[in-house]
Design a protein around this ligand. Structure first.
Ligand code: NAP
Length: 305
């Protein structure tokens, strides 16, 4: 019987592991498909406090893992494919293993939706990004494109005009999904221009030199064109990784785990959620880490009582 099992190894899960291990709970952390989470898809992280010169995303995550292990957290590589949270003790299944635990911390994060191109994956972190807050700074004085027509795309495009000389928003329809206020803000920004009814067919460039251009297709006329840009931001939404919890734990209408205000408690006593899996708003490494700390402390108190 474990005191605590943590599902997911981004900043939320690893911070929960550090705090729980230091509280002598000997937590077990199951890493998931993408050990280290979304930060392993980025390059330099410049907004995580404590690193005056920035730190590479994969390095930051490796250091967090080592820090958790140093205090006795057990970290295993595996993908949780099922859980049983309807009765105590809880059961978590990965590979062939069944783990029995008194508390469960869910930190499975969310995944940015991607267009689905091989070249997009190949150049991820080398000119292709899913996070303007993380990577916008690298595009000072450059030309970039944002794909999407929702609030995220408008927000990212507007934010990116702080750095870029020109931002092209590429949308697959000629009507935006974004709220009126966000649309208006983007549309009156002189650095933003819209390319309607178009999709990205190919991202051109190399991992060494970055992105050089996009091959676009007008889906009404089928006409192909080339757009010279230095970077591509994909802002077509995120999906919380909550499939295995569906039907057992309360989710909102977008699939995010519902936590109590100012808490990581879920509707199931003894199950806590932290990081992006319960946060559609901030989605930052530092906010995820903060909520991971909260989850560990709340689990510890729960175990005590
Ligand atoms: P979203 O509202 O689902 O919009 C996604 C956009 O991407 C849509 O315009 C969609 O096109 C497009 N898209 C989806 N799949 C695509 C694909 N494969 N290829 C090309 N385009 C694709 O997602 P979101 O913008 O991330 O927003 C999610 C939620 O967070 C919303 O409720 C939003 O209001 C909220 N949010 C709020 C704020 C804010 O208020 N500050 C900021 C960000 C997000 P179609 O329009 O054709 O479907």
């Amino acid at each position: 019987m474990r005191n605590m099992v943590i599902i997911g190894s981004g900043p939320a899960g690893l911070t929960a592991a550090i705090y729980a291990a230091r509280a002598n709970l000997q937590p077990l952390l199951i890493e998931g498909k993408e050990p280290g989470g979304q930060l392993t898809l980025t390059t330099l992280v410049e907004n995580y406090p404590g690193f005056a010169d920035g730190i590479m995303g994969p390095q930051l995550m490796e250091d967090m893992r080592k820090q958790a292990q140093r205090f006795g957290a057990e970290v295993v590589n595996g993908y949780v494919h099922a859980v049983k949270l309807t009765e105590q003790p809880f059961r978590v299944y990965y590979g062939e293993e069944e783990i029995v635990a008194k508390t469960v911390v869910i930190s499975t994060g969310s995944s940015a939706k991607l267009i689905g191109l091989e070249s997009e994956m190949q150049l991820m972190g080398h000119g292709v990004s899913t996070c303007a807050t993380c990577d916008g700074f690298f595009y000072r004085g450059k030309e970039i494109a944002v794909v999407g027509g929702g609030d995220s795309a408008m927000e990212e495009a507007t934010f990116l005009t702080k750095f870029a000389t020109r931002v092209s928003v590429i949308h697959r329809r000629d009507v935006l999904r974004a709220s009126k206020i966000m649309q208006a803000r983007a549309q009156r920004n002189p650095k933003i221009h819209f390319i309607w009814n178009s999709v990205v067919e190919e991202v051109l460039g190399s991992r060494e030199t970055g992105v050089s251009a996009l091959q676009l297709k007008d889906i009404k006329t089928q006409q192909l064109s080339r757009l010279k840009v230095d970077g591509l931001f994909v802002a077509i939404g995120h999906n919380p990784n909550t499939e295995i919890f569906r039907g057992q734990i309360d989710l909102d209408d977008r699939g995010y785990i519902i936590t109590r205000p100012d808490s990581t408690r879920t509707n199931i006593s003894g199950v806590f959620a932290c990081g992006d899996v319960q946060d559609p708003v901030f989605r930052q490494a530092i906010t995820a880490a903060g909520s991971g700390c909260m989850a560990a402390m709340e689990s510890e108190r729960w175990l005590e009582h």
